[in-house]
Design a protein around this ligand. Structure first.
Ligand SMILES: [Ca+2]
Ligand SMILES: [Ca+2]
Ligand SMILES: [Ca+2]
Ligand SMILES: [Ca+2]
Length: 280
């Protein structure tokens, strides 16, 4: 066998031994619900036991939730966002069209006039962060349609709730108590009877117990973690950087530790090999 083939084989064995990384490991919070939308018929919770159901014609397309902005949504049987203590909600989304008159929610839970929770968009093209008692308008522009973005809310109980877009902190408000009333969690629709449907895609929904740090959110929002040298391509250069810095977290290429666990090892190698090619 050629040496290069031997090398490839050794890498494959290593990757299958360590498994593909599906969830970044973080010290400050625990992943309690995770949805990658890889099942076509149910919104399957890969970490907990809170599966969601598709309604209105909502579909899973190319491993993402696809909703029409008319009547599609996902309903969970319970509140998957913790109603006590600190938490983080993070997801990727691609909005396909917006409305100048209608509100639109990516995720919601609770009820109107009970400090219901949501992350969404107001008709004036601003983000909505949290609830309907004073925080409808954030003053922060909702991002462009037709491309993927990442959004996260980190909620530190008794302190603050922070909205991050594409890994950047854009809005901070005092943390109101999380309501125990109203509707269980929904995706792509407001709680209760309000419609406010999202037209587009949602993927990589993560609910943590505990508030992620800004650095952790930034890592989650990284669309191409295998691209160590940040040239929009995951290739042999990135592979070589990982292999040559094995075991350490080098100052020259901190991104070699793709999952931020302090060690450059098989998980980081798997990240590079598993995302080989052009960045999304
Ligand atoms: Ca529909
Ligand atoms: Ca997916
Ligand atoms: Ca690269
Ligand atoms: Ca690592």
């Amino acid at each position: 066998m050629e040496q290069s083939k031997m090398h490839q084989l050794a890498l494959l064995v290593l990757v299958s031994a360590v498994g593909m990384p599906s969830a970044a490991a973080f010290g400050s919070a625990t992943l309690i619900h995770y949805y990658d939308f890889s099942s076509s018929s149910v919104v399957e919770d890969l970490v907990g036991n809170a599966d969601g159901q598709l309604f209105g014609g909502a579909a899973i397309v190319d491993s993402a939730l696809c909703t029409d902005g008319v009547n599609d949504y996902v309903q969970f049987a319970e509140k998957i966002i913790p109603t006590s203590g600190s938490f983080t909600v993070a997801l990727r989304f691609k909005t396909m069209s917006t409305s100048a008159t209608a509100y639109m929610e990516l995720v919601s839970q609770g009820c109107t006039n009970c400090l219901g929770f949501y992350i969404g968009r107001a008709p004036n093209a601003q983000w909505r962060h949290w609830h309907d008692s004073g925080f409808i308008q954030t003053g922060v522009a909702y991002p462009a349609t037709g491309v993927w973005h990442h959004v996260a809310v980190t909620y530190t109980a008794g302190e603050q709730s922070r909205l991050f877009v594409n890994g950047v902190l854009v809005h901070t408000i005092p943390a109101a108590p999380m309501t125990t009333q109203g509707s269980p969690t929904r995706l792509a629709r407001q709680f209760q009877d309000f419609e406010e449907f999202h037209h587009g895609y949602i993927d990589d929904l993560r609910i943590y117990s505990g508030a992620l740090t800004a650095a952790e959110v930034s890592r989650l929002a990284d669309f191409c973690p295998g691209d160590i040298d940040e040239n929009m391509l995951v290739d042999g250069v990135d592979l070589a950087i990982v292999l040559s810095r094995w075991g350490s977290n080098p100052k020259d290429y901190p991104r070699a530790d793709t999952n931020g666990d302090g060690t450059v090892d098989g998980a980081d190698l798997a990240q590079v090999l598993g995302t080989w090619g052009a960045c999304p």
